[in-house]
Design a protein around this ligand. Structure first.
Ligand code: SAM
Length: 286
């Protein structure tokens, strides 16, 4: 998308390494008529460090004033202005304010385009070696231990990698809750990505208490999917076996077919047939 086409631009900025600012991002920040920044003082320092000389107005935009800023943004877009949204670091909207603004602009018929770039969850995931697909991103976890436990419980049997932010002071207790709730999994702690003291620590989640990480700096946490496919419940796997036997499949083939879809081993399934041979006779009606 050429920068000459006025709209709301969602502009990614570096996580800490100045070399990660894209030329397109720099160009848009120089030319936008309105720049929305989470922290205008930090944005000013950022512009200085990157040699950016914004032509437009700089305006604060954070979680608690997002709603009241929206009408002014819509008015700016109506007059054909380019509006750039940035956050303190990384990609706006992802664990940062901006979702309500983007949605309202779209609903009001104004185009919205990304100027993509650094994003901590994606940077951590792509260098972790943990399964990238599917992954689920939670932003910051809730503070309370009970709420964390409830959140992890919801995801226990789902085969997805979990990605979230956590404050260093709460990391040890959060990992203990995760380990207890989620069971054996891989863990990656990605700290200070793109900066001088970058560290990616990969280990078993159950070893969390032995992990030595520097408690300072920015941290993204990744927990891999369950190490074993969840098994189909006992009644359901019996039903699968019964239906296959009823359809006339020889026992060996029925067992192999049920093993493929259920997470049960052929040996376990065969043992069930041997225990009640009459129930599983080929062709027998259920
Ligand atoms: N929107 C941002 C993005 O795209 O990365 C994330 C914003 S969120 C408010 C800030 C959190 O991102 C930090 O508390 C930390 O968990 C994570 N983070 C930011 N920079 C990081 C870095 N260099 N290394 C690891 N995690 C980082």
């Amino acid at each position: 998308m050429p920068l000459s086409s006025p709209r709301l631009w969602v502009v990614a900025t570096p996580l800490g390494n100045p070399g990660d600012l894209s030329p397109r991002a720099g160009e848009m920040l120089n030319q936008a008529e309105l720049i929305l920044a989470e922290d205008t003082r930090r944005a000013g320092l950022f512009f200085q460090r990157h040699g950016i000389h914004p032509q437009g107005r700089l305006c604060s935009f954070f979680e608690h004033n997002e709603q009241e800023r929206i009408p002014a943004v819509l008015r700016a877009l109506e007059t054909g202005s380019n509006v750039a949204l940035i956050s303190d670091a990384g990609t706006p909207v992802i664990g940062d304010p901006g979702y309500r603004l983007v949605r309202t602009c779209r609903e009001a018929g104004f185009p919205v385009s990304p100027i993509p770039g650094p994003c901590a969850p994606v940077a951590a995931l792509c260098a972790s070696g943990l399964p990238p697909c599917p992954f689920s991103f939670f932003g910051f976890l809730p503070r309370q231990a009970g709420e964390k436990k409830r959140l992890f419980s919801t995801w226990t049997g789902i085969p997805t990698t979990l990605v979230f932010f956590e404050r260093n002071s709460r990391l040890a207790s959060t990992l203990a809750i995760a380990s207890e709730t989620l069971g054996p999994r891989e863990l990656c702690l990605a700290r200070e990505l793109t900066k001088k003291h970058e560290q990616l620590l990969v280990d078993k989640l159950e070893n969390h208490a032995d992990l030595v990480w520097d408690p300072r700096g920015e941290m993204t946490v990744i927990i891999g999917p369950p190490e074993h496919e969840p098994k189909t419940p006992e009644e359901s796997v019996e039903q699968i076996l019964l239906e296959e036997c009823q359809a006339g499949l020889p026992r060996e083939i029925a067992v192999r077919a049920a093993a493929r879809v259920s997470g049960w081993s052929s040996k376990e399934l065969y043992a069930r047939i041997v225990a009640s041979p009459d129930r599983f006779s080929p062709g027998k009606r259920i």
